[in-house]
Ligand binder design. Structure first.
Ligand code: PEP
Ligand code: MG
Length: 771
């Protein structure tokens, strides 16, 4: 049964639209289960009814016309209870509702299972049989398993259809007449709030070089031109392959050489070429036509029984990518076509992608994967671009040029917004601008509570633009310079000289204010294209200090560059990420001492700077006093600490709702770290995102954190919160919060408190469409 199940899922996921998806499902299930009927009812949220959308066995004319209310029939019961109903004779069930148009009167046995996606019921999958019998347990289990797997595919196909603005069958209450097609306005997609703010703009898709899946739909720029580009790309690939084949001829075995022939034959395959050209004639641009045809072939090959033929899927994809990279070359860079208010959408956001749109034109960001505490999200917050991530159902390749609203507060995206919704969100943007303008005056004022407690506010940097932004906002130091970010937008490790230059820029711009440079923290969700780390569990793997201690050549070069950059300025501090054991700190300190000695021997005027440890894993929490004895300061990385205490991947949208910065366990750990470090007489600071939240900042100040380091963008808000409260009040807020048992309750309480203090403008604004 497992292979049948797999095959159905594979086949269905390759279907081009919702209608074919549903049609395939009912046909395949009916055959696999040898039943007389298989039907799908999908829930129509506009009319609040379950509509028959596909059937095998009932009258086809009833499709799209027949529907049941949420409380009607056994289908309604399955939906309401969100569990299967298995009946020997459906007509004897009290909820039975006879649907005349379907011709179902002949069928007695009934099994209905809910189709559930992200906790909501999308519809009901039904099988029926003439005889009186209960479907057996294995049949029920098979249907439940299939339904769970198909739910995501149906949701995706439904979403794609709705943004395509295809006709949607809208049944009337009596369920007999088709209503004319409607254009779907305000189609909402849920994701994870990643950077606050609202943006309205036009979609630009971040295409990844030679990645077929990220090619957007676009109209042809003229059929002739597209055909020419396509021909030229084919020729170039043909030349490449024959050159490659010749140069490798001596080194390849005959069967490997045969692969080149296979590729060349595929290029000459008139059917493949013809299919792509046909789509171009229909108005698709060459890249989109190539994507459709190649991906369909890949699907076909990967479904084949024969292992050899299945392998061909890889060859077709490879060939497609080769052609695509030539097409991308001839199409030129994305910047050329950027609208003024660009909303950049990517499957996976990377720092390099931000450069695809000129800064002044970038209004919002959307990513299909990733979550609110991923590094891409942190960067988005630091540049102040409203961002929604983890919008897993978004058919993003269909959205090029479409108008969308990005609600970075609630983590929602609206496609094809109505005038009414646009107006409501425009109002939010105007209010936000007014709040930001009101905060500008704080730049030169101290972050001082009403009872005179002075709280230093530092910034986290990484992007070049962060420096100016930070100084503009009145930052008093850098609490975290993420050195890996400049490493990520390159093709190989930067040399000592290159590193020196960028570190010098930071140190000089901030001198005499302190600049805390973190040694390279790669791994987890921060990959270097030229140093790939492939792991099943990257956040528990080779990350941060673990990598650099294994590669002293990388560590030493970096530390030497930092030390040389600080010559004559003396405002450098070095910080070690992802530390779990004492011996890691000892070893890192030895390396730093070695670098200092080497440089002194070479004649540089350098000395050992203050060195600190980041507390980011639970193991470090419980050894914090030992660490504090060894180093000069402790800084808490609450982003990682939260993910490790709660065992929630900070990058995974599926569990984003469980990532709770105000979880009581996290707050207790933070309080413990501050108290223990202070007992050792060492300074303790925090550089995680929690410090950037006005409510969080008040709690951290009350816990005894001596420096709060945050993204520059949020600094004015945090300053405003601190200036609006007394330390005593913050302390009583903390003790109240520490008695609470639930993260959401704490969050809510913080919001209410800020409002009560007259600081409501620092919390999330009132947003339209929140139901
Ligand atoms: C943290 O983990 O809180 C932190 C500041 O480091 P990063 O977000 O870069 O992992
Ligand atoms: Mg971290």
């Amino acid at each position: 049964m497992l292979s049948v199940l797999r095959k159905i899922v594979q086949e269905v996921s390759a279907a081009p639209d919702l209608e074919s998806v549903l049609d395939l499902i009912v046909r395949r299930i009916q055959r696999a289960m040898r039943t007389q009927v298989c039907s799908i009812f999908l829930f129509d949220p506009v009319h609040q009814r379950y509509v028959l959308r596909a059937t095998q066995g009932l009258n086809q004319e009833a499709v799209g016309k027949v529907s049941l209310s949420m409380t009607e029939g056994i289908v309604g019961q399955v939906g309401k209870r969100a569990e299967p109903i298995n009946l020997e004779d459906a007509s004897r069930h009290p909820a039975f509702h006879y649907l005349q148009a379907t011709g179902e009167e002949r069928f007695h046995a009934f099994l209905g299972v809910p189709i559930i996606h992200h906790r909501s019921v999308l519809g009901v999958l039904v099988v029926q049989q003439m005889e009186h019998r209960r479907f057996d347990e294995s049949e029920e289990a098979f249907m439940v398993t299939l339904s769970a797997q198909l739910a995501g595919i149906i949701a995706h196909a439904e979403a794609t259809g709705s943004v395509n603005m295809e006709p949607v069958a809208s049944p009337d209450k009596t369920g007999t007449e088709k209503v004319p097609p409607v254009v779907v306005h305000d189609k909402r997609f849920n994701g994870v709030a990643a950077a606050p703010g609202v943006a309205i703009g036009e979609v630009v898709i971040a295409t990844v070089t030679a990645e077929l899946e990220t090619v957007p739909d676009k109209p042809a720029r003229g059929v002739e031109r597209e055909l020419e580009d396509f021909q030229a790309a084919l020729e170039s690939v043909r030349d490449d392959l024959s050159t490659l084949g010749k140069s490798l001829a001596q080194r390849l075995r005959p069967e490997e050489q045969a692969l080149f022939d296979v590729y060349l034959r595929m290029l000459d395959d008139t059917a493949l070429r013809g299919e792509i050209e046909k789509r171009i004639h229909q108005g698709q641009w060459a890249q989109g036509a190539l994507r459709d045809v190649i991906l369909a072939q890949v699907q076909q090959f990967s479904r084949m029984e024969d292992a050899y033929l299945r392998e061909r899927a890889t060859d077709v994809r490879d060939l497609g990518r080769r052609i695509l990279s030539y097409l991308q070359e001839s199409a030129g860079p994305v910047q050329m076509e950027c609208p003024d208010n660009a909303i950049l959408i990517a499957d996976e956001l990377s720092p390099a992608m931000l450069g695809m749109v000129p800064e002044e034109k970038l209004a919002g960001l959307i990513a299909v994967s990733g979550s609110g505490n991923s590094h891409a999200a942190i960067m988005a917050r630091s540049i102040g671009i409203p961002t929604v991530m983890g919008v897993v159902d978004l058919p993003f390749t269909r959205l090029e040029g479409r108008k969308v609203i990005v609600d970075g507060y609630s983590g929602r995206v609206y496609v094809n917004p109505s005038d009414q919704l646009l107006e409501a969100f425009e109002r939010v943007i105007r209010d936000e601008q007014a709040v930001a303008a009101g905060l500008e005056g704080l730049k030169d004022l101290p972050a001082e509570t009403t009872d005179g407690y002075r709280m230093p506010l530092w910034v986290n940097t990484g992007l070049v633009a962060d420096v100016t932004r930070s100084l503009d906002r009145g930052a008093e130091g850098i609490g975290l310079y993420r050195t890996e970010i400049p490493f990520m937008i390159r093709d190989f490790f930067p040399s000592e000289q290159e590193q020196l230059q960028s570190y010098r820029n930071q140190l000089e711009a901030f001198a005499p204010r302190p600049v805390t440079m973190r040694t390279l923290d790669i791994g987890g969700d921060k990959a270097l294209p030229y140093f790939p780390i492939e792991e099943d569990n990257p956040f528990l793997g080779w990350r941060g200090i673990r990598v650099t201690l294994d590669h002293p050549e990388i560590f030493l070069v970096q530390v030497r560059a930092m030390l040389r950059a600080s010559e004559g300025l003396n405002n450098l501090r070095i910080m070690l990420p992802m530390v779990t054991s004492l011996h890691e700190v000892e070893e890192a300190l030895r390396q730093i001492d070695r670098a200092v000695e080497e440089l002194q021997d070479e004649g540089y005027q350098v000395s050992r700077p203050p060195v600190g440890v980041m507390v980011e894993v639970p193991a470090a929490v419980y050894q914090v006093r030992r660490f504090a004895r060894l180093v000069d300061f402790i800084s808490v990385g609450s982003n990682d600490l939260t993910q490790y205490i709660l065992a929630v991947d900070r990058n995974n949208p599926r569990v984003a709702g469980l990532y709770a910065a105000y979880h009581p366990a996290v707050l207790r750990a933070l309080q413990y770290i501050a108290r223990e470090t202070r007992r050792e007489g060492k300074p303790v600071s925090i550089c995680g995102e929690m410090a950037a939240d006005p409510g969080g900042a008040l709690l951290l100040m009350a816990m005894g954190y001596e420096v709060l380091s945050m993204n520059a963008n949020n600094l004015p808000r945090v300053k405003s919160a601190i200036r609006g409260v007394s330390l005593v009040r913050a302390q009583s807020l903390l003790s109240r919060v520490l008695r609470m048992a639930d993260a959401e309750e704490i969050h809510q309480y913080l919001r209410e408190t800020l409002k009560g203090l007259g600081l409501g403008q620092l919390t999330r604004p009132h947003l339209p469409n929140q139901q």
